[in-house]
Design a protein around this ligand. Sequence first.
Ligand SMILES: Nc1nc2c(ncn2[C@@H]2O[C@H](COP(=O)(O)OP(=O)(O)OP(=O)(O)O)[C@@H](O)[C@H]2O)c(=O)[nH]1
Ligand SMILES: [Mg+2]
Length: 253
Amino acid sequence: MKLSVLIPCYNEIDTIREIVERVLAVDIKLELRNGPYAPPEMRDARSKVFELVVDKEVIIVDDGSRDGTRDILPELAELPGVFVHYHERNQGKGAAVRTAIEKSSGEVLIVQDADLEYDPREYPQLLQPILEGRTKVVYGSRFLGGPRKAMFFTHMLGNKVLTLFTNVLFDTILSDMETCYKVFTREVALQLRLKSPGWGFDPEITAKILKRGYRIYEVPISYTGREYNEGKKISWRDGLTVMWTLLKYRLTE
Ligand SMILES: Nc1nc2c(ncn2[C@@H]2O[C@H](COP(=O)(O)OP(=O)(O)OP(=O)(O)O)[C@@H](O)[C@H]2O)c(=O)[nH]1
Ligand SMILES: [Mg+2]
């Protein structure tokens, strides 16, 4: 079983090397019960657990960085299992993830931002529901009691509003639609045909997953948000794009 770690990267000179090293440092070994990877002799013994080792490939898509990130990437591309692709001009996170999906070959895919807000050591928990065959899509939620750096009230409110809007439109009970940690099987990825180049990525993928009838499984994760002086870029205007995107994909496709 191979996991594709998709890293969209734009002007992340301070963190790109560290995040790739953190991703490569996690050994994913899981104790599973049942599911599509269970050895045949265990199919009838439902109480037994077996061990599954997960391989990784890391697909970095540089989205036209101009801060020197591109000088570091050729070195990272030398590391085993790391592949780097370049966008000639900046297009946005959605476009970068779309390229990464096209270039990937794993059976399960996870989106990993290139800053250090999310922790790759949580991959095993995130993968477990998919590898045990309980779902095809997992979201890591920052609002289910995991350890977190207490950040801005306004950002939390913004997140709650966007997630509530999603829940009302698609009749579900997500707690964190905007999370970076979205995990899905290749089968799901092939049905998405993503279009939004920028911040429409999270609402578009969520809307399409829900509209195609998949249930999203949520797992608590930790969160260490970065400060604006550490490169945080998101602003309230992006929230309007998100709401418009949710509405659009509720009504079409
Ligand atoms: N901001 C931005 N990020 C991009 C773009 N293209 C790819 N990315 C990557 O997309 C990921 C998410 O971007 P972030 O800026 O961290 O978005 P965020 O976590 O919602 O917000 P902040 O951390 O507050 O900036 C990062 O890995 C970026 O490097 C782009 O055009 N703009
Ligand atoms: Mg970020």
